[in-house]
Design a protein around this ligand. Structure first.
Ligand SMILES: Cc1ncc(COP(=O)(O)O)c(C=O)c1O
Length: 373
């Protein structure tokens, strides 16, 4: 690890009021997710060994690698949005999106469940395995020679021209309804954790949550859930971004949304240059801090997951939370953030393993040292 920068958000204490209530309060999301194939809640694992190594009371891992056979949490958002859209407009024939991988896989899977067509655009440098996974669902996949932000613009323009329905997991002024559905769908993950901890209403059972950020939709759902469920007893909430795609950190530092160049990171699912416009106010007001993570912190976290008993399979983006927690607890440079978060030897932390081995060759190379030709 070279260096790890962080932002202390609201240094004076807890953040302000959290907007965006109505978009999240749709009934029926949990029941809908329980109706999906492979619907069981993903496991919440207590990793006592990691807690001991890091000097924490407890470390919990929510293992989204085992979500509905798609190896990532993203199906929670895309499936709910597709369901909602078809309820309003059953005649939709084609859904389209841009993706770094997991959202596209989720949308293609949801479209197939409803016997609809999916068209998925992916940015340059996308791992072949991630393209093939999505194609295997029957979706049309096109890999472009541009970065993620430009791919999103291309998907939106093409969908508009062709009369397809765009299901994008990030919002911008004028395109906010569908991303709000997706963000709301992600709440199921946090509700499951609360149920698994037996923690609804009173003591949240955790003191710290690490929230990985690409465009910030998942983190915004996490912020909303914890603020509204627990008020000032809520856990501290910290965003995690790749150093090379720190659009949220740049925005928090500036006090307003800022796009950044995202030249590439191992954490492909987090390689986004612009924060979702509906996530931004929640993240600005509700986060306690943000970390920028270097790529080289990730493989050790993937290996630590693999060494758990039983093993947890964690892909490059999936392991960002554990990598960040490790840095947070071990880096002297992060002492101010540690203090701000009031971490103590009995603190209980939650990390999300947001993705399994969605690029198996890279996984084997980083975790097992196996190089394939
Ligand atoms: C594995 C993984 N983790 C985390 C995220 C971050 O989610 P969001 O883009 O909503 O911030 C993504 C997004 O694609 C992802 O694929």
């Amino acid at each position: 690890m070279n260096e790890l920068d962080c932002i202390i958000n609201h240094p004076e204490g807890l953040g302000g009021d959290i907007p965006g209530r109505s978009a999240f309060e749709e009934p029926g999301i949990g029941a809908f997710h329980r109706s999906l194939p492979g619907r069981a809640p993903t496991p919440l694992i207590e990793a006592a060994g990691i807690a001991a190594e890091l000097g924490l009371g407890k470390v919990y891992i929510k293992d989204e690698a085992r979500r509905c056979d798609v190896k990532a949490f993203k199906i929670l958002g895309a499936s709910w949005a597709v369901h909602r859209l078809l309820r309003e407009e059953p005649g939709i024939a084609t859904f389209a999106t841009a993706t770094d991988g997991n959202h596209g896989m989720a949308l293609a899977t949801a479209a197939r469940l409803h016997a609809r067509r999916a068209v998925v655009f992916m940015p340059r440098g996308t791992a072949k395995a991630r393209v093939e996974r999505i194609r295997a669902t029957g979706a049309v996949v096109e890999v472009l020679e541009v970065d993620y932000d430009e791919t999103v613009r291309h998907a939106a323009a093409t969908a508009e021209r062709e009369g397809w329905t765009l299901v994008q997991d990030t919002a911008w002024p004028g395109y906010e309804v569908v991303p709000a559905m997706i963000q709301a769908g992600y709440l199921t993950l946090f509700r499951e954790v609360a149920e698994q901890l037996g923690a609804f209403g009173g003591d949240p059972g955790i003191d710290l949550v690490l929230l990985p950020v690409g465009v910030g939709s998942l983190a915004a759902a996490g912020v909303w859930f914890h603020h509204h469920s627990y008020g000032d007893r809520r856990p501290r909430l910290v965003a995690v971004e790749p150093r090379n795609a720190g659009c949220l950190a740049a925005s928090l530092a500036a006090g307003e949304p800022r796009s950044v160049a995202a030249p590439g990171t191992l954490m492909a699912g987090l390689n986004c240059g612009t924060v979702s416009s509906i996530a931004w106010p929640l993240l600005r007001d509700g986060l306690d801090g943000a970390l920028l993570l270097d790529d080289d912190a990730v493989p050790p976290a993937m290996r630590r997951y693999a060494n758990l008993e039983p093993a947890v399979v964690s892909g490059e983006s999936g392991a960002a939370g554990l990598a960040a927690l490790t840095e947070l607890l071990t880096s002297t440079a992060l002492e101010p953030l540690r203090r701000h978060l009031r971490l103590r030897p009995d603190s209980r932390a939650l990390v999300l393993n947001t993705e399994g081995d969605t690029d198996p060759a890279t996984y084997r190379r980083l975790v097992e040292g196996v190089f394939e030709g």
